[in-house]
Design a protein around this ligand. Structure first.
Ligand SMILES: [Zn+2]
Length: 295
C-alpha cells in the first residue's frame, strides 16, 4: 500500500530486486557454462515473489531459460510433435484416434502429432501416449510441444474467449524432469546421460498443477533429490513440508550430482541466495521493530 507498495519502489532491471537489496554487485564470477541445459517452467505468480530464487540462477547460469506458465482456468490444447517422425510405424492405430480420459481431457492421434485437450482440473494420463509409436519416437528423438490457452476475456458486457499461444518448446532427447513422485529415480542412480533438465518453479501446489496441466512432462524420465538438508529459506518462506528445497537449491544439487565440476562456483550462487534470504529476514525484523516502536 502507498509508497511502500512494491510497484512504487525503484527496482533493478537486471536482478528484479528493489534497488536497496540489488544483488548484481554480489556476483563476483562470470556466469557458469553449465553443460546440462536447464529450462525452468515458472508459474506466473512466482516471478514477482521477493524470495524467488530463479533470478539468481538466471544471472549465474549461462545455459538456462525460463518459460512462464499460467494455470488453465478454462481449457488449453497441447500439440506434441516428434522431431524425427521418419520412422513412425502407425500399425493399426489408423490416422486419427481419439481417446477419452474423462470429460476434462481428450487425447487425439494425428498423422505426425498428438493433440491433447486439457480443461481446468484435468489429470491426463499419458500411459497410452508413452506406449504409442508417436510417443516412442518423441522419447527417443525428442519432440516439440506447443500449448494454446483458451482464455475468457470480458468485452463490454459480454464474455468472449481468446486463444493465446503460451509457449512452444523443443525437448531434445536426453531430457529429464526434476520432480519427485512415483517412479522418480534418485539423482545418484541416474544411468543415462542427462543433457537437459526441466525444473518446475512454484509452490508445491502450483508445481503439481503445472505437472498435470502440461502433460508432455510425463514423456520424460523423472529424477528426484534425496533430501538431506533443510532449505536455506525455510524460516522466511512458508513451505508445506520440511526439507523442501528452493528451486535454485534443487538445481545446484542436480548439477553437482549429474554434471560434476564447477562446485565452487555453484556454491557461490548458493551463498548469493543465502544473502538474499538474509536481506529478507533483516527487512522483516526491521519492519517488526518499527511496528513495535510505534505508540
Ligand atoms: Zn540488480
Amino acid at each position: 500500500m502507498g509508497s511502500e507498495g512494491p510497484s512504487k519502489r525503484p527496482f533493478c532491471n537486471h536482478c528484479s530486486k528493489p534497488l536497496r537489496t540489488c544483488l548484481c554487485s554480489r556476483f563476483t564470477s562470470p556466469p557458469i557454462d553449465n553443460s546440462i541445459a536447464i529450462t525452468v517452467l515458472q508459474h506466473n505468480l512466482e516471478k514477482r515473489h521477493p524470495l524467488n530464487s530463479i533470478r539468481i540462477a538466471k544471472l549465474g547460469l549461462r545455459n538456462l531459460s525460463i518459460i512462464p506458465i499460467s494455470d488453465v482456468n478454462l481449457r488449453s490444447s497441447l500439440l506434441i510433435r516428434p522431431l524425427d517422425p521418419k520412422h513412425l510405424d502407425f500399425g493399426d492405430l489408423g490416422e486419427c484416434r481419439a481417446e477419452e480420459q474423462g470429460e476434462k481431457c481428450r487425447i487425439r492421434w494425428h498423422d505426425e502429432c498428438i493433440s491433447i485437450g486439457v480443461d481446468r482440473g484435468a489429470k491426463p494420463n499419458m500411459k497410452s501416449v508413452l506406449a504409442s509409436p508417436i510417443g516412442k519416437a518423441a522419447i527417443s528423438n525428442g519432440f516439440a510441444a506447443k500449448k494454446i490457452q483458451t482464455k475468457q476475456t470480458r468485452r463490454g458486457s459480454s464474455d468472449e474467449t481468446e486463444d493465446v499461444e503460451e509457449y512452444e518448446i523443443v525437448i531434445p532427447a536426453g531430457t529429464a524432469l526434476l520432480y519427485p513422485g512415483d517412479g522418480a529415480m534418485a539423482l545418484e542412480a541416474v544411468d543415462f546421460e542427462v543433457k537437459h533438465l526441466i525444473v518446475l518453479d512454484g509452490t508445491w501446489g502450483k508445481a503439481r498443477r503445472m505437472y498435470c496441466e502440461n502433460p508432455w512432462l510425463q514423456l520424460m524420465p523423472r529424477l528426484r533429490l534425496d533430501w538431506k538438508s533443510e532449505s536455506l529459506y525455510s524460516e522466511v518462506r512458508h513451505e508445506p513440508k520440511a526439507g523442501c528445497l528452493s528451486t535454485i537449491e534443487s538445481i545446484m544439487c542436480a548439477l553437482k550430482t549429474l554434471q560434476g565440476g564447477e562446485e565452487v562456483k555453484l556454491d557461490e550462487l548458493l551463498m548469493l541466495f543465502e544473502s538474499m534470504v538474509g536481506d529478507q529476514r533483516r527487512l522483516k525484523d526491521e519492519k517488526f521493530k518499527r511496528m513495535a516502536s510505534k505508540p
